[in-house]
Design a protein around this ligand. Structure first.
Ligand SMILES: Cc1ncc(COP(=O)(O)O)c(C=O)c1O
Length: 383
């Protein structure tokens, strides 16, 4: 049987990983500044993570949500404490799309409405509900099509007000920082207006923190830079440092009933052990503060590099907009400099989503390598 061929792959096979480095089968070492789409939060094969998952595996790896699984509550307590949402409740899932799917259902169960406001440039996942609030018609199949979704221009407060005033909107969803779209941050004014109007019209405010959450921006969740609380917050990616786990943080105004939501795998023992290990490392290594500080330094240094037009983002969620299309630069960074970076929907923008404990040495090394790479690519382009 062949694999269904949907991914454009580098011809590289990784066999080993540690911290911010990965090694291929020829023992060539790469600096990983992408973490497999923002997944590696505490670094590859972190010793505490490996030991916690190993111990769990040797005890009990899985049982479904039909028995007591105390590590779920431990995870909820720790997440509530570290995220600043101690009074919220947690529903555990397996991925970002599934988290968003459940958030949309909760919103609609709550106010019995159907229409959702999403932002232009948004990416929320590929399942039914998540894909229709994603601004990419290419990945929406005819069976997914719906008239429940209103896309407003990014950060357009007037459009937001106009639609919310109808009183018919079930939910507003926005990423803490748009990731796939190319690292665009909604303004503080946008978040604050959305918060005020959602409360006024009993619309549910959903912050998709699947990519921007878990400390990456120097706050636990990116929307917290705006000083507001969302009604529902969705997470995944960095939550498990590679182990599939996601979650929805739920305001206590949403009342649970048996069977309202559910999943076979969500919240299993192994996933929760991975999730606990990640939070314990984030806390003990003070990674939220560190990500903010090193990110501020990095962004300022990147702005000084010739060929860089603009640097966007906060903390360790960084978009480097080049003066040229970035594909060739990214390919050269992998092939000639052994550095993984990410792309985005904006073809000029390189995305950096490294582990939160990346060293300053690696940051400085990347800056010199990017400068060198850009100089060479630009020189060829000028010929
Ligand atoms: C902001 C955001 N939401 C949701 C998702 C979907 O997550 P998953 O691929 O785990 O379903 C992604 C994935 O890139 C994302 O960036």
């Amino acid at each position: 049987m062949k694999l269904f061929n949907v991914y454009e792959l580098f011809d590289i096979e990784l066999v080993k990983a540690q911290g911010s480095y990965v090694w291929d089968k020829n023992n060539i070492r790469y600096l990983d500044l992408y973490g497999g789409h923002a997944v590696i939060s505490i670094g590859h094969t972190h010793p505490h993570y490996v030991s916690k998952i190993t111990k769990q595996l040797q005890t009990i790896a899985f049982y479904s949500n039909s028995i007591q699984i105390p590590i779920q509550q431990e995870l909820a307590n720790k997440l509530g404490k570290l995220s600043g949402y101690p009074d919220y409740e947690l529903f555990l899932t397996n991925s970002g799309a599934e988290s968003n799917e459940n958030a949309l259902k909760l919103a609609s169960f709550y106010n019995k409405r159907k229409k959702v406001i999403a932002l232009r440039g948004a990416f929320h996942g590929r399942t039914e509900g998540a894909v229709v609030i994603t601004d990419n018609p290419k990945i929406v199949a005819p069976i997914n099509e719906t008239n429940h979704v209103i896309f407003i221009p990014f950060d357009d407060i007037e459009a937001l007000e106009q639609h919310l005033a109808t009183g018919e909107i079930c939910a507003v969803i926005a990423e803490g920082i748009q990731g796939v779209g190319g690292i665009f941050t909604p303004s503080i004014e946008f978040w604050q207006t959305a918060r005020r109007l959602c409360t006024q019209y009993d619309t549910v405010l959903i912050a998709d923190e699947v990519q921007s959450g878990y400390g990456r921006t120097g706050r636990f969740f990116a929307h917290q830079h705006a000083g507001i609380q969302a009604d529902l917050i969705t997470t995944a990616k960095g939550m498990g440092n590679g182990f599939p786990i996601g979650g929805v943080l739920i305001n206590p105004k949403f009342k649970s009933t048996y069977g309202m939501l559910g999943t076979t795998f969500g919240g299993n023992h192994l996933a929760c052990a991975a999730g606990m290990a990640v939070l314990e490392v984030i806390e003990s290594e003070d990674l939220v503060r560190y990500a903010g500080e090193i990110g501020t330094y990095w962004i300022e240094e990147l702005k000084k590099i010739e060929g860089v037009r603009e640097v966007r983002g906060t903390g360790l969620m960084i978009g480097i907009a080049l003066e040229i299309v970035c594909k060739e630069v990214r390919n050269s960074l992998v092939a000639d400099y052994q550095i993984f970076t990410g792309s985005s929907a904006d073809k000029y923008t390189i995305r950096l989503l490294p582990a939160l404990n990346i060293g300053k040495k690696e940051v400085d090394f990347f800056n010199t390598q990017l400068a060198d790479c850009l100089q060479k690519v630009l020189a060829v382009e000028m010929q």
